[in-house]
Design a protein around this ligand. Structure first.
Ligand SMILES: Cc1cc2nc3c(=O)[nH]c(=O)nc-3n(C[C@H](O)[C@H](O)[C@H](O)COP(=O)(O)OP(=O)(O)OC[C@H]3O[C@@H](n4cnc5c(N)ncnc54)[C@H](O)[C@@H]3O)c2cc1C
Length: 393
């Protein structure tokens, strides 16, 4: 199997894939458009299906050191905080799925992955290198870089996020359409909040046309808040777009005192809001020498908290497919074949959660949760998946 692999994009997906491939002895070059490596100041949740990969890379202990392991996943009504559904995480999640459920600061995870890539391949990362496209030949692929230069590899992996240049070349325009939702994000130091403010749980607060997600980071010293609101106002698709605090306050007017406390104690100059776009799943992920992973190929609404987890799974499965198949094209097909169904199911499941979480009739919402066992369902197919051992066919 050819050994020289180029990756476009050093986000969580590209970095994890680089680690998996370097660990197996591949030569990896990671091309990142940004002049420096960084992640936004927000939280991320990683369930067992993603943690298997990070544990295998030897990162589990470091992650345990700076993450929070929530006791439970809790679904509440937006005004009374009444719990209408919940399922255990912590020991239960680990016992059922073989790895823990962690809540982390994205920058901590990103830095850890960067350090791991550097330890396995000190020269693997190239900054200020935007990949605009590629040209394939029988033997491999040439990357077209934004500065006009070229780089060659046996295989190219597009891990270049929702606005992927690699996706555009393989599958054409992404057909992005506005979902009708905007996402707020902010973090608040726990010291600013009332004492014993919120249990260490993953809380989803559900109200008409919107919901909010709250959980702790960094050993409980920070509280992460994400608010998802239906709005006709379309804005930039950028996680770093600041938005007025007053609009945040208005978006959650009438919500429970705990939500007001978080909003009131947030930094008024550090509230971010951006529009969420839907990109329909694509059928063709790969050519003979090029494939994609992560948001580049299956961007999702964040309503199952699985976007980065899928990107992490992709890197592990792709590495295994390269080891298992006889040639590059067969390996990329094996990878694609074994990822499409699962990633599409997650993308569609995230969309269904939007309808559920945003219901305005609380009686129907209570009933919907009474009729389903959310924990059992997720443990059965979502969290129990192990990308290191699942049979590739
Ligand atoms: C509000 C919110 C909450 C979320 N919470 C969770 C969660 O709890 N759990 C979870 O698993 N997921 C979560 N997600 C999803 C997750 O953040 C994404 O799915 C994940 O970050 C995707 O990683 P990626 O590496 O594929 O893409 P990205 O993180 O977008 O990385 C792409 C990288 O490629 C670079 N790049 C772009 N274009 C080029 C180019 N042409 N050439 C070179 N480099 C390029 C970019 O600079 C960037 O570094 C959430 C998402 C949102 C919006």
């Amino acid at each position: 199997m050819p050994r020289r692999i180029a990756i476009a994009g050093a986000g969580i997906g590209g970095l994890t894939a680089a680690c998996c491939l370097l660990k197996e002895g591949y030569e990896v070059e990671l091309f990142e458009q940004a002049p420096e490596l960084s992640e936004i100041g927000a939280g991320i949740q990683l369930s067992a299906n993603a943690m298997h990969v990070l544990n295998d890379l030897g990162l589990g202990e470091a992650i345990a050191g700076f993450s929070v392991r929530p006791r439970a996943y809790v679904f509440r009504l937006h005004d009374s905080s009444e719990i209408v559904g919940q399922f255990p995480l912590a020991e239960d999640h680990e016992a059922k799925n073989g790895a823990p459920y962690n809540q982390l600061h994205r920058a901590d995870l990103h830095q850890l992955l960067v350090a791991k890539v550097k330890s396995l391949g000190p020269k693997a990362i190239r900054l200020n290198c935007r990949v605009d496209g590629f040209e394939e030949s029988e033997d491999g692929v040439e990357l077209k870089l934004a500065d006009g230069s070229r780089a060659s590899a046996d295989i190219l992996i597009g891990a270049d996020g929702v606005k992927s240049a690699i996706r555009a070349q393989i599958a054409g325009a992404s057909g992005a359409s506005y979902t009708g939702d905007a996402a707020w994000r902010l973090v608040v130091p726990t010291a600013r909040l009332p004492a014993n403010f919120m249990d260490p749980v993953m809380s989803v607060w559900m109200g008409p046309g919107r919901h909010a997600v709250c959980y702790y980071l960094r050993g409980g010293s920070l509280l992460n808040f994400v608010g998802l609101v239906e709005t006709e106002e379309v804005s930039e698709e950028s996680w770093t777009a600041k938005y007025p605090w007053e609009a945040l306050k208005a978006d959650f007017e009438g919500w429970h005192n705990d939500i007001q406390a978080i909003i009131d104690r947030s930094d008024r100059n550090a509230c971010y809001r951006w529009s969420l776009f839907y990109r329909p799943p694509i059928e063709k992920w790969s050519t003979a020498h090029v494939t994609m992973l992560g948001d580049a190929v299956h961007a999702t609404l964040p309503y199952l908290a699985q976007g980065a987890a899928m990107a992490i799974e992709d890197g592990a499965v792709l590495t295994r497919a390269l080891e298992q198949a006889d040639d590059t094209a067969a390996a990329l097909q094996l990878y694609e074949r074994n990822r499409i169904e699962r990633t599409s199911r997650i993308v569609n499941g995230s969309g269904s959660n939007r309808t559920l979480f945003h219901m305005s009739d609380q009686t129907k919402l209570r009933q919907a949760f009474a009729n389903r066992d959310e924990g059992k369902a997720r443990n059965e197919w979502l969290y129990s998946y192990n990308p290191l051992t699942v049979e590739l066919m």
